[in-house]
Design a binder for this molecule. Structure first.
Ligand SMILES: Nc1ncnc2c1ncn2[C@@H]1O[C@H](COP(=O)(O)OP(=O)(O)O)[C@@H](O)[C@H]1O
Ligand SMILES: [Mg+2]
Length: 250
């Protein structure tokens, strides 16, 4: 299993379970996930609607807590952290990208990117934070829109702002929940290219997606079904990735 002996896994999940309370009793959305993610991996999580993708993403992002099992990220026991520590950790160590962008509509693109720096008390003065925000917006190809409101830019550009915001505090890894779900295929492609560049620059990315074409181009494909990982593959090439994804979805 460990073909990356050169390094320790960045993420280790052991027996991870998540139950939601419902009037009909506890419903297990994750039923026991064991998983290791290595630094530099670009992981696509595939699965039908309701399979547990968002639940797993929320565990990795520290947005929600497991019912049982362990989450280790960068050597830290996320499952044992207090609420306060978890909030602090999330703000500094993880970048999150959602399908619906979730930008603050009253703030400019640059101010949206500055927000996590401000929360985590990073990068000093507003002036330095602004400079860093502009740099990150440049890195995702939209420097010229820094001072516009999100409503004044396109959907693809909004998702780039959200990616820049996720990078604000230079996190080790990014999680993305169907980040291209609201974009047309050409725009989705361009946003995916940004993710690929980030992986090339050393980031680790865990992305839930419905998009088979994109999933075929990552370094590892996981398939989740009814709260369990049922397949885990590392395609050797995009062509092989395409076949594997097609088989999974069959
Ligand atoms: N807050 C919640 N309360 C009860 N059930 C939930 C809640 N959130 C998700 N679920 C259920 O958990 C399962 C997994 O949901 P989710 O992780 O959102 O799946 P996916 O992202 O793959 O579509 C689904 O059956 C869903 O209905
Ligand atoms: Mg979902």
């Amino acid at each position: 299993m460990n073909d990356r002996n050169a390094s320790e896994p960045l993420i280790v999940l052991r027996g991870l379970k998540k139950a939601y309370r419902t009037p009909a009793g506890d419903f297990y959305a994750l039923k026991g996930i064991d998983l290791k993610i290595w630094p530099g991996e670009f992981v696509a999580l595939l699965g039908r609607s309701g399979a547990g993708k968002s639940t797993l993403i929320n565990m990795l992002a520290g947005i929600d807590r497991p019912t049982a099992g362990e989450i280790w990220i960068g050597g830290k026991a996320i499952h044992r952290m207090s609420e306060g520590k978890l909030t602090q950790w999330r703000g500094r160590e993880v970048g999150v990208v959602f399908q619906s962008f979730q930008l603050m509509p009253m703030l400019t693109c640059a101010q949206n990117v500055m927000l996590p720096m401000d929360f985590a008390n990073c990068y000093g003065t507003p002036r330095r934070q602004y400079a860093r925000a502009c740099e990150l917006l440049g890195a995702v190809g939209i420097a010229e829109h820094a001072d516009k409101l999100p409503s004044a830019v396109s959907g693809g550009q909004r998702q780039r702002v959200a990616i820049a915001r996720a990078l604000a505090n230079d996190p080790v890894f990014l999680v993305a929940d169907e980040p291209t779900g609201n974009l047309d295929s050409r725009t989705a492609e361009a946003v995916f290219d940004v993710f690929q560049q980030l992986v090339a620059a050393g980031k680790t990315i865990f992305m839930a997606t419905h998009d088979r074409d994109l999933a075929a181009r990552v370094s590892r494909v996981l398939h989740i079904e009814d709260g369990l990982i049922v397949e885990d593959m590392r395609p050797a090439s995009p062509a092989e990735g395409h076949d594997l994804v097609a088989e999974m979805e069959a």
